[in-house]
Design a protein around this ligand. Structure first.
Ligand code: AR6
Length: 231
């Protein structure tokens, strides 16, 4: 089957009735720390309420476009739960395309503990953030800033104070960050996706023409950012 880790898959099947979010420990992962790997969650589909079917089409399309441009490097899409609808949509759609399953896979686990709890080494982590690239707010953003510590805030501010929807900023993680030693993370790429949640700023009010365009830009700038690190 295209796009999955063998070990992760077995566990995914085993745990498919799990009700809550779990972090999984696997042994025998095929991951290797020497190969640059980007771990990314689904941008905009939780707090920002973007449609899952549309998002999964865009993810697969963008992965297909970029997978040939990153050399040996790998992409891993991550979500917290075995029941993740977006992860299963992407897996199903990716399997129908000609995407090398050694280079693109899905993984269930906490994106801040992929190596320590999941046995998966990813040196670059994508963070779907907010306009001001501020810590907190929940989801991946809160978890990433917490795991990486204050040095990530400082390093981020040196590079960008704000993002427009569809943009990203690549931030090298200082080696003094606890995340650097514990997880082997060398870079964080903050990326701002389109917002469909009326309770958050700049809501697109169901304008999926704009929303899809921005989500596509968000993934393409994320993957370009990763490619720039790999080179
Ligand atoms: N590990 C792996 N995946 C996760 C984790 C985690 N620790 N936490 C959430 N996910 P979200 P958005 C999955 O809400 O929709 C923040 O407040 C989650 O299940 O983090 O782009 C920011 O400050 C979902 O599939 O991102 C922004 O204001 C995916 O990650 C806003 O949320 C993305 O969910 C951005 O919202």
């Amino acid at each position: 089957e295209a796009g999955s880790h063998t070990a992760g898959d077995a566990l995914e099947k085993k745990g498919k009735h799990d009700k809550v979010d779990v972090t999984i420990s696997i042994s025998g992962s095929t991951a290797s720390c020497s190969i640059p790997t980007l771990a990314f969650p689904s941008i905009s589909t939780a707090d920002f309420q973007f449609d899952l079917e549309k998002a999964s089409d865009i993810i697969v399309e963008q992965v297909e476009e970029y997978i040939g441009r990153i050399g040996e490097a790998k992409l891993v899409m991550v979500d917290l739960s075995h029941g993740s609808k977006i992860l299963s949509l992407v897996k199903t759609k990716a399997a129908k395309k000609n995407i090398d399953s050694n280079k693109f896979s899905t993984f269930v686990g906490d994106i801040t503990q992929l190596r320590s709890c999941g046995g998966l080494s990813c040196n670059v982590i994508a963070n779907p953030t907010n306009w001001e690239i501020k810590p907190g707010g929940g989801g991946v953003n809160a978890a990433v800033f917490k795991a990486a510590g204050f040095v990530l805030e400082v390093a981020t501010k040196e590079r960008a104070e704000k993002l427009a929807a569809g943009e990203c900023v690549v931030v090298p993680l200082p080696s003094s960050s606890p995340w650097f030693g514990a997880e082997g993370v060398t870079h964080v790429i903050h990326v701002l996706g389109p917002n469909m949640n009326p309770k958050r700023p700049n809501c697109l009010k169901d304008d999926y023409t704009k929303g899809c365009k921005i989500l596509r830009e968000a993934y393409s700038s994320l993957f370009e950012g990763f490619a720039s690190i790999v080179k």
